[in-house]
Design a protein around this ligand. Sequence first.
Ligand code: ZN
Length: 185
Amino acid sequence: MIQHAEYTMLMSLVLDGEADADEEVRLREHLRGCDDCRQTWQRWRELDRRLLATPAIPAPVDFSALVLAQLDTRVAQERQRRWLIAGLTFAWLGAVVVALVSLALANGWHLQLAPAQGPLAAAWAGLSSTGSWALREISAFLVEIGAPTIAAVTGAALVLACGLAMMWLWVVARVSAGPRALVTE
Ligand SMILES: [Zn+2]
């Protein structure tokens, strides 16, 4: 094999396109008479052909733009999530407040909370005699009808809260559709 080292070097030169015409002729003449070198030559040529045939890995069209677009989408989703949580919290808080107020009115707590004597009581009496007639009527009505109605009111409040939450979801989806559409363009 030592005496063929010269020809393996010639093969590499020919494959690289760096051999001159004389060297190429010398290699071909040797290959005709040498099985070992001919096999090596065929293997090398096959390898070279495969390397050339392998498609180059396509580079991303615009990697930074892609990353930025994904980042924008993430930010938009995060913003949407925050709005959603805020809306749901608001809706449930509203429901709880409505439920508590109806419960308080039904039990007449607002009457117990007002002190019997003093300037606050006088103010309360003034308010009660003039402005809060309707409120007292309502609370008296609630006391009259009792716990089942309170439960019904609470349920209605929760249903209302769910409705508000669904409306909020719809609004958030509509609002966040704008920025996302821009990102995908
Ligand atoms: Zn040889």
